[in-house]
Design a protein around this ligand. Structure first.
Ligand SMILES: Cc1ncc(C[n+]2csc(CCOP(=O)(O)OP(=O)(O)O)c2C)c(N)n1
Ligand SMILES: [Mg+2]
Length: 338
């Protein structure tokens, strides 16, 4: 396993400015969405507060034909991939499942709540890419908790045996709902497991955009060139609740939160931007852009209407089967009667 340290990397002013702009918008969404949920504007949200750099960095490193397979906590990835965030928020808004964006155009597969589920899809997709001669790489998103799921072992083993170009991207945020990493990950490191599967791994500070970008670039380049899997484990901290229905006060103290969440990725990205030559005026502009952006997103997200219910049947197959059409007709008949 290679540990990627910040002093081995450096960002250009343009890269640092772009990354900071995205991190500030991601932060605005993480705090904004919690407020919207508390105000009753959206039914629920899974905040990635503290994971903004870990998410923006990998997305910025992805190639034009790579594909991300996200969990429920990847808003920063969606944002950095250029997904319309009102379309992304459709799921949290409760009007659609998996987001209303086009996965092929955006490079973001539908997100899902099944822990470890996206990891299996990523391996299958990556294998398909290699078999068709493409040089694309899949990025499988998973958490420290998901790493102890049987499906994830199967996916990693299968990817190793079959040579699937996948970056298994682990955001180790210290928690799986109320279970700390120490009670979830035997041996303490997901990255160390890669050796047992016969592939390499990188570990980086997930709160430092430079380290994340570098580890992500190295891993994607390696997976693309070797057509083999790679693990990246970025160490970060879930600063907020698991979801808006969770109360972390039941299982961790404020003191622990202050200590373990002491490093804020927004502060680090700001420092990195300054060091790369981004001016105070530019940073101020990025901050006000993020404020305007989140207000526009609030309006667009909360004014989105409901989707027609029978749309549920439309995207199952490219050409719907007769039985599916019959189910759709019967569903329409039933609901129109009510
Ligand atoms: C198959 C499955 N088992 C259990 C759950 C309930 N569940 C939702 S999130 C979660 C914890 C996941 O923790 P981790 O992988 O560390 O991701 P994080 O939530 O920290 O981003 C669990 C157990 C689920 N959604 N799916
Ligand atoms: Mg976790």
């Amino acid at each position: 396993m290679t540990v990627v340290t910040p002093d081995t990397v450096s960002l250009s002013a343009q890269e640092a400015e772009e990354a900071l702009g995205l991190i500030l918008k991601a932060r605005a969404l993480e705090t904004g969405a919690i407020r919207w949920q508390r105000q009753g504007l959206i039914p629920g949200y899974a905040p990635a507060l503290g994971q903004e750099a870990a998410q923006v960095g990998i997305a910025l490193a992805m190639g034009p034909h790579d594909r991300a397979f996200p969990t429920y906590r990847e808003a920063g990835v969606a944002l950095a991939l250029g997904v319309d965030m009102a379309a992304y928020m459709a799921t949290h808004q409760g009007i659609w499942h998996g987001g209303l964006y086009n996965p092929a155009q955006t490079r973001l597969a539908p997100f899902q709540a099944v822990v470890g589920g996206s990891v299996l899809h990523a391996v299958g997709w990556a294998l398909g890419q290699s078999m068709s001669g493409a040089d694309s790489v899949a990025v499988a998103f998973l958490g420290d908790g998901a790493s102890s799921q049987g499906d994830v072992h199967e996916a990693m083993n299968f990817a190793g045996v079959m040579n699937a170009p996948v970056v298994f991207y682990v955001q180790n945020n210290g928690w799986a709902i109320s279970t700390p990493t120490a009670k979830q990950v035997a041996g303490g490191s997901v990255a160390e497991r890669a050796q047992g599967y016969g592939f390499s791994a990188y570990r980086a500070d997930g709160n430092d955009i430079e380290a994340v970008l570098t580890a992500s670039r190295l891993a994607l380049e390696e997976a693309r060139g070797t057509r083999r899997p790679v693990v990246v484990e970025v160490m970060t901290y879930r600063r907020g609740p698991h979801s808006t229905s969770d109360d972390p006060g039941r299982y961790r103290s404020l003191q622990q939160e202050y200590e373990q969440g002491a490093v804020d990725p927004v502060d680090v990205a700001t420092e990195r931007a300054r060091a790369a030559g981004v001016s105070a005026e530019q940073i101020e502009k990025l901050t006000s852009d993020a404020e305007a952006w989140i207000e526009d997103l609030r309006v667009r997200t909360t004014s989105a209407g409901h989707r027609p219910g029978d749309e549920l049947f439309d995207f199952v197959f490219q050409t719907p089967t007769e039985s599916l059409k019959a189910q759709q007709a019967s569903w329409r008949e039933e609901t129109e009667r009510d």
